[in-house]
Write a protein that binds this ligand. Structure first.
Ligand code: BLA
Length: 505
């Protein structure tokens, strides 16, 4: 990415998406003071949806139409629940209420109730239960992703539902897709991190679901836009009706999707991926179906989290047993370097490498596929001079100019220092894996600069990139294994030194 693009990205990340001052028109918002239920702020469509003449500064309880509503709110406030989600009578009609507490007052969102024939949460319960049974038996993360894409599409009727997971750079890869083929397939494609800026990711970590029924909507202003309670713009982080970024609406139009809904997959507190549904035409998903989708996404988050933990625990256990066996062999070797070279298989398996070297006092011993001795010496010198106690990279060439010449056998390097004062290292190598990444559009052109403001990219056509000078990445279990091994070696070497000292005493 160019420096110019970096500037754009900062601009994207600076957009204040929590305080747009408006909501989407498929519902209405009231903000009321928690003690008195005095109306502080309202969306310009509140009167029309609620069916009575709500006025700012009036007490909600002064309106006969709001009697049941006030009872529900008071009942909720006296309990401990975070959210109130209830089908409530307002005047002669039923409305779907969602309420949250905030420092700026109680945020009351109203939406029309499910229409006749539309699903309700109660109606979806048997499906949810079947889904839980299915995914607890699913044998891997891809199968879970496929199940949830199918289920979300079945209950929302979007044209296409996909699940994508983020990598360490924030790029997302589509792992599963369920579609009626009206929209193009994105299965297997990668989307650049720049499609979802940092502040949006942070918001999606906290608020797990969002819906845009019609990307060409007219935003409905909040009046007044500044909170009378603290003098700040009204924070809509928790509000489902929050009006969304114009840049993103343009992105949706460029993708030829009029409607979109996405749910966060959170693993260990981090945004791991999104389940995302689209239709070419506008599509409303009622609040009850959204709640069912939210439950699905939470269950999937937990399932994915536990699968990831289980596989990394199994990997750690296996690496630990390799370490134990190697250490017992090293303890009877003449020196640990010799012990390593005499047990090449375990030395490599410790971190699943193809080659390894140990550099001690300028002497180099190697096994497997490694660069030449001279190249290893240069690498060790650079590691030492750059102050690397531990280095883990799957692309040496991207962080060291000398790395380019080592790429074939050593695109991946995992190095641990074994002496604070000399440039002694144990280094493992992984070869280059040349691969083709299929992107949904050219990731080098995340946006177009047009008159006045930023514009998202227009093309999502397949864009193939040949990736070179990269190896398979090191897992955190492998890096831990290298560190654990270093600690054991240091103990072993110290013990040997002590024993020698005892002999000469
Ligand atoms: C938000 N971008 C989003 C969202 C998605 C994507 C899913 C969440 C909102 C939603 O559910 O629709 C991205 N949508 C995708 C991707 C696919 C998809 C990757 O369908 C792939 C299949 N977007 C840009 C650029 C900027 C940008 C260049 O492309 C910045 C200038 C901004 N995207 C942007 C912003 C949001 C966003 C600001 C937040 C919208 C909001 O919640 O207000």
């Amino acid at each position: 990415m160019t420096e110019l693009d970096d500037g754009y990205l900062e601009e994207c990340a600076a957009e204040p998406i929590k305080i747009p001052g408006a909501i989407q028109p498929h519902g209405a918002l009231l903000v009321v003071e928690p003690e008195t239920l005095k109306i502080l702020q309202q969306s310009a469509n509140a009167r029309r949806l609620l069916g009575f003449d709500v006025r700012n500064d009036a007490l909600l309880s002064a309106y006969e139409e709001a009697t049941t509503l006030c009872e529900e709110i008071r009942g909720w406030l006296s309990g401990g629940e975070n959210t109130l989600f209830y089908l409530v009578a307002v005047g002669s009609q039923q409305l779907q209420l969602t309420a949250h507490r905030s420092p700026q007052g109680l945020l009351l969102e109203f939406e029309p109730p499910p229409r006749p024939g539309e699903s309700t949460l109660d109606g979806l319960y048997p499906r949810l239960r079947d889904f839980l049974d299915r995914i607890s038996g699913a044998h891997d993360i891809i199968s879970i992703a496929e199940e949830v894409a199918r289920e979300v599409r079945a209950i929302t009727h979007f044209d296409r539902v996909l699940l994508y997971s983020f990598d360490g750079n924030g790029d997302g890869t589509v792992l599963a897709e369920d579609t009626n083929k009206i929209l193009p397939s994105y299965l297997g494609l990668r989307f650049p991190a720049s499609d979802i800026p940092a502040q949006a990711r942070e918001l999606y970590r906290l608020n797990r679901i969002r819906l845009i029924p019609d990307a060409s909507y007219d935003p409905v202003e909040i009046e007044p836009s500044i909170s009378p309670l603290n003098g700040l713009p009204l924070d809509l982080s928790q509000v489902a009706l929050r009006s969304v970024s114009p840049v993103h609406l343009e992105y949706m139009r460029n993708m030829e999707t009029a409607s979109s809904m996405s749910m966060s997959i959170i693993v260990d507190g981090a945004l791991w991926g999104l389940i995302s549904g689209h239709s070419r035409a506008s599509r409303m998903v009622n609040a009850q179906i959204r709640t069912a989708c939210d439950i699905l996404a939470q269950v999937v988050s937990l399932q994915i989290g536990s699968r990831l933990k289980a596989s990394s625990a199994a990997e750690r256990l296996e690496l630990k047993s390799v370490e134990t066996s190697l250490l017992s062999k090293l303890s009877v070797a003449t020196s640990f370097q010799r012990g390593l070279v005499n047990n090449p298989h375990e030395w490599l398996r410790l971190v699943d490498a193809e080659g390894a070297a140990v550099v001690v006092q300028g002497g180099i011993l190697t096994t497997g596929q490694t660069p030449s001795e001279r190249q290893i010496r240069d690498l060790a010198t650079w590691l030492f001079e750059a102050g690397h106690d531990v280095l883990e990279t799957n692309s040496l060439a991207s962080i060291w100019s000398g790395g380019e010449f080592l790429s074939e056998k050593a695109s991946g390097v995992l190095a641990v220092s074994i002496s604070q004062i000399r440039g002694d290292y144990i280094i493992w190598f992984r070869p280059e894996v040349v691969k083709t990444v299929a992107w949904g559009g050219d990731p080098n052109k995340p946006m177009e600069s047009g008159a006045g403001r930023l514009h998202p990219r227009k093309s999502f056509d397949l864009w193939k990139q040949l990736v070179r000078q990269q190896s398979k990445p090191w897992t955190s279990a492998e890096v831990e294994s290298a560190l654990g091994f270093r600690a054991s070696i240091q103990t072993l070497v110290l013990k040997a030194a002590e024993e020698r000292a005892e002999l000469t005493d």
